[in-house]
Ligand binder design. Structure first.
Ligand SMILES: Cc1ncc(COP(=O)(O)O)c(C=O)c1O
Length: 454
């Protein structure tokens, strides 16, 4: 950690040229951030919470710089968004060029080619080599909503199955698909109709149930409680994100998929958090050769610009009537320009491989901690999407208070980590794929120190 005498007076420029160092020049949050947080409290809805109230002026590589001049190690990527890094030069260049050309027409009024090129790219890189179509939206939740709409239209059925621990967003339908009450659902009902919940495979907490057996249990429940003939779609995160980076046991996804195929149920993979190299494959489905009917994407798709997508089988995607799918901003030209640069960067810079390298460092270090600290109940995930589940070492029960203490201590030392999990006891690591090994290791050392002293 570098210590400097006083905060810089000029705002640094973001991108990879930003000094790649953890540098604390004030306590966290510093005085300028505290002043902004007071303004935030007075001006912004209290429902919009903030994990770490440091106000950011620049970001790039593996760091975020705050208004007080502190440089923090970013192990969250703005929740798995800045896979290619903040202000990645190719993204900046592409967006700036588009900005000078035109900013908006609404694709459904007067179209432009970058939308088509994004669709062509997603049709190519998503799992499966069948004929595909794509539609673009703004947020993950909006894309999930549309995937369900499309599946319902195609099948003529209404019921949708989501899973224990699932997270799919905060709109009424996606909140209804989401499992966790606090903070996502509490007080926001009534919820959408025809949404059913089924058991997930959660190896740490279901006694290590075999994936095929767990899937059969789930299928049996669906058949008894809903009936396949009423079911439009089953939606699942191949690795659950907010639920706690839960990797289902091998065979769980494949067994569900086979049952969906046999029963005319649309299998929707929500890869909003897992997509785009994050897990050490372009999509998490690729790890088990899962070819979903529809795949939902957002977050890592456009280097931080708001864009989301549904890609899927041509016959399903083409089912809705013209005008039934779309929106004013979906596939905005700036977001499409960013996406084309971002998607090309994942491929040309082989960020799938980089995610695997990051995963090796993360799991190596975290398993080493687990070997002597029994409060680390599990180390799991894939690639650059890894988490630790913290438990009471005597009982194995989730320890949310410990988790909060560790995250707070890491934050105070200039490392941004996020927590998650149904029981609030998971610390997740989602570094930008542009982070250096040195910075990643330093960030992990800070977290290890925070855990040792918590
Ligand atoms: C798996 C998953 N689906 C959907 C969403 C919702 O995405 P958004 O916040 O862009 O609406 C998220 C966000 O965290 C997510 O992780």
């Amino acid at each position: 950690m570098t210590l400097v005498a006083s905060p810089p007076t000029t705002v640094p420029v973001g991108g990879p040229s930003l000094p790649q160092e953890r540098r604390l020049v004030t306590s966290i949050p510093g005085p300028k951030s505290q002043a902004l947080q007071a303004r935030k409290t007075a001006a912004v809805s209290a429902g919009v919470g903030v994990t770490l109230p440091v106000y950011i002026v620049a970001g790039g590589g593996g760091v975020l710089v705050d208004i007080d001049g502190n440089s923090l190690i970013d192990l969250g990527s703005g929740i798995a968004v800045t896979g290619v890094g903040n202000s990645a030069p190719r993204v900046v260049e592409a967006v700036a060029a588009q900005l000078a050309q035109f900013t908006h027409t609404c694709f459904t009024v007067a179209p432009y080619d970058s939308y088509i090129e994004v669709a062509e790219t997603l049709n190519r890189i998503t799992p499966g080599d069948h004929a595909k179509r794509t539609a673009l939206f703004n947020s993950g939740a909006e894309a999930v909503e549309n995937a369900v709409k499309i599946a319902r239209h195609y099948t003529g059925r209404q019921a949708v199955v989501a899973f224990d621990h699932a997270y799919h967003g905060r709109t009424t339908l996606t909140m209804s698909l989401t499992a966790k009450n606090q903070p996502y659902k509490n007080g926001f009902g009534p919820f959408a109709a025809e949404v059913y919940r089924a058991p997930m495979s959660y190896p740490l907490r279901d006694g290590g149930l075999d994936g095929v057996v767990a899937a059969k249990r789930t299928i049996s429940q669906i058949e008894k409680q809903i009936g396949a003939e009423n079911l439009a779609a089953l939606i699942i995160e191949p690795i659950q994100g907010e639920g706690g980076f839960i990797v289902p046991a091998a065979g769980f996804l494949a067994t569900l998929l086979a049952w969906c195929r046999a029963n005319g149920v649309v299998f929707i993979a929500d890869e909003v958090q897992t997509g785009f190299a994050r897990t050490g494959a372009m999509f998490a489905c690729d790890h088990e050769d899962i070819v979903p009917d529809l795949i939902v994407m957002a977050k890592g798709i456009a280097g931080g610009l708001p864009l989301s997508a549904v890609t899927g089988r041509a016959e399903i995607m083409d089912a809705p009537q013209a005008g039934g799918i779309g929106g004013t901003y979906g596939g905005n030209p700036l977001a499409c320009a960013a996406a084309l640069a971002t998607l090309d960067t994942y491929e040309s810079e082989n960020l799938v491989q980089r995610a695997r390298e990051i995963g090796t460092i993360l799991t190596g270090r975290l398993n080493a901690i687990r070997a002597f600290d029994k409060r680390v109940g599990d180390v799991r995930g894939r690639g650059a999407m890894i988490a630790i589940e913290l438990v009471d070492s005597a009982t194995g029960e989730p320890d949310a208070a410990l988790t909060s203490r560790v995250a707070a201590a890491a934050h105070a030392q200039g490392v941004i980590v996020l927590t998650c999990g149904t029981y609030g006891n998971v610390i997740r690591f989602l570094p930008p794929l542009s982070i250096s090994d040195d910075l990643l290791v330093e960030g992990l050392q800070v977290v290890a120190h925070a855990l040792a002293n918590a």
